[in-house]
Design a protein around this ligand. Structure first.
Ligand code: NAP
Length: 334
């Protein structure tokens, strides 16, 4: 590790004022505020900026856009805005986050191409869609099984598809898929949906959508690509429909991208980071925002708002750190 290149802050400083891990709406919101507070800011993302925005075709509930806005367009606008400021944006894969070995009140971020050190850290790495645990689901991943309707939906023009799940994502994406598919079968393990009532009503009334309640997928079957799904009735545990579909979209929740965080930080049982309303975590100087946080409602507006809060809190923490030499202890996460 010691021979790794160091990503220095402006003016050759060893320590960045803040490093933001994750360039979704939360990370970009944080970068906007930290840069405007004249904090030296390093924003890291694996690939491109946008995060979950890039997986959303149309966003109808982000304030200020009465006609709605495309996820890609909103991501581009946010990126343009932060590029107007002095934010160092780098596409690097973060492999670990620990306390710094030189100064344990600071943090060390190890990437695939060098290490960076910072006084404050904003965790905004989001989460990853959960995969289906059924025979064939991994084998046919990318050959009919997908976790992204926006990315893959158009391949299924006039072909039957299924969606697994009963939350907002399943219903919203199921409705989106009706633009392309001949039939959309929504498979849910209970007889009641977790999704917003407006989505449920739209799905129930849509002529292309068929709901399969009290059902789970026992097996994804196919040859080169997916051909059908064998379902099980969850009430009787007996085999139910053998559903002929060409594609299946999995929306059964997600897991947090928090494995890189090797700090003794409080997490919930699923690994999501616990943070309070001020985005403070159990580690002084470390903040968490957006979909990596325990109890996140996965809304763009919330992530952007938390990004703003985290940068303001990071600035206040840094001011205190500089004034007293010693960091204040963190407020315990609520
Ligand atoms: P979610 O709300 O956790 O729903 C996951 C769904 O998958 C649930 O219906 C769950 O069933 C089902 N499920 C979980 N594990 C399963 C398994 N192994 N086999 C079969 N089914 C399984 O996840 P989400 O829909 O991705 O939503 C996450 C958050 O984002 C929510 O807060 C949601 O409101 C928000 N969101 C909002 C919007 C929007 O506002 N437009 C859009 C998307 C997401 P049970 O119901 O039986 O547990």
């Amino acid at each position: 590790m010691t021979d790794q290149a160091v990503i220095l802050a402006p003016n050759g400083e060893q320590y960045w004022d803040t490093i933001i891990i994750g360039g979704g709406p939360g990370g970009m919101g944080a970068a906007l505020y930290s840069a405007r507070a004249l904090m030296s800011t390093l924003l890291l993302d694996r690939t491109v900026l946008g995060g979950a925005l890039l997986l959303t075709e149309h966003i109808a509930n982000y304030a200020g856009f009465p006609e709605g806005v495309g996820g890609f367009e909103l991501a581009q606008r946010m990126e343009q805005q932060i590029r107007n400021y002095d934010v160092d944006i780098r596409m690097l894969e973060v492999t670990s986050v620990t306390h710094d070995d030189l100064d344990p009140s600071a943090f060390k971020v190890v990437t695939n191409d060098g290490i960076a050190r910072c006084w404050t850290l904003i965790l905004a790495a989001g989460n990853t869609a959960r995969r289906l645990d059924a025979p064939g689901a991994d084998e046919f991943f990318g050959r009919g099984v997908s976790t992204c309707a926006v990315c893959d939906g158009a391949f299924y023009r006039n072909r039957p598809v299924a969606v697994v799940g009963g939350g907002d994502s399943a219903l919203e994406e199921g409705l989106f898929l009706t633009r392309f598919a001949s039939e959309v079968h929504i498979i849910h393990r209970r007889d009641e949906f977790r999704a917003e009532k407006i989505f449920v009503r739209e799905a129930q009334e849509h002529p292309k959508i068929q709901l399969h309640l009290n059902r789970v997928v026992a097996e994804v079957r196919g040859e080169e690509t997916v051909k059908s799904l064998q379902l099980i009735d969850t009430l009787t545990q007996q085999p139910a429909e053998d559903l002929p579909v060409d594609g299946v979209f999995i929306y059964i929740g997600s897991t947090p991208n928090s494995g890189i965080v090797q700090l003794p930080i409080d997490r919930d049982s699923a690994g999501y980071i616990i943070a309070n309303k001020r985005t403070q975590t159990s580690i002084a100087g470390c903040f968490a925002i957006g979909d990596i946080v325990s109890g996140s409602r996965r809304q763009v507006a919330i992530s952007v708002g938390e990004g703003c809060v985290s940068a303001l809190e990071a600035e206040a923490y840094l001011t205190e750190l500089r004034r007293h030499q010693q960091p204040s202890t963190s407020v315990a996460a609520e």
